[in-house]
Design a protein around this ligand. Sequence first.
Ligand code: NDP
Length: 283
Amino acid sequence: MQKFMLKLIDGKQLAQKRREEIKRTVEQLKAKGIVPGLAVVLVGEDAASQIYVRNKEKACEEVGFYSEVYRLPESTSQEELLQLIKRLNHDEKIHGLLVQLPVPAHIDEKAVIHAIDARKDVDGFLPENLGSLLIGEPAFEPCTPKGCIDLIKQTGIEITGKKAVVVGRSNIVGKPVAMMLLRENATVTICHSKTKNLKEELLTADIVVAAVGKSNFITGDMIKDGAVVIDVGMNRLENGKLTGDVDQASLEGRDCWLTPVPGGVGPMTITMLMQNTLESATR
Ligand code: NDP
């Protein structure tokens, strides 16, 4: 049997390229007196959230954005948080605004997200933006799905007419990425925990997007030759190692494309946040 080489899609490299493009556009905007601004609000001490927020802050510095980061104590009341959001909604220096999730248990996450002005919802989490995506109107697209589409396009494989299977139906990854694949003219199937014949579905897929949250859940025997596999999963093992939803080892030697974890979808997510903030500033 002919031996192939699994082709890895380098998310780190693509993210770097996109950030350089953003940086150049920011320089042009600055010459016109516009500085894209992003505000990030973090409530509490969650360790992972602190890293994400720091990475967003660093990305802003890198592309030349103005940024404000609010690190609020765990004891912050919902009312105090809503007041801050209201103020940032009206702040002209701020074009993008997000609250790092999860928020502490005493705060209603939905109320917080809904308080954000849809025109500054650069995470693309608000019903206004998700609804616009559904009906094909301009919207802030959620960052991770937006990064997935960019990564698929990097392979040079035409999405139109392809069979795509998305595993996972969350509002932040599975559903929006399925909508975007549909917009790109793929024939899309969405699978989830109640799907009866997951392997059969996957074996029909030219494009697979895995957003399950289970380490090495999808294995090579579920993937057909030539498929493009986008692994959104970010699973932290007990030994601290980060793994995806796809078992990369079982795809070695196969004629497929795969985004590695780490170094695939992850680096694209924050870059797409920068992209959305830039779009907001230029609107
Ligand atoms: P959720 O937990 O919200 O959704 C997981 C989905 O997987 C659900 O729709 C669930 O189905 C489905 N699922 C669970 N078990 C099975 C199964 N046995 N068979 C088929 N489907 C199953 O997760 P998210 O969408 O928020 O995140 C998914 C993964 O992506 C996580 O690892 C997360 O850390 C990662 N992630 C990575 C990002 C990045 O920047 N790289 C950004 C966001 C997320 P059901 O709806 O029926 O319960």
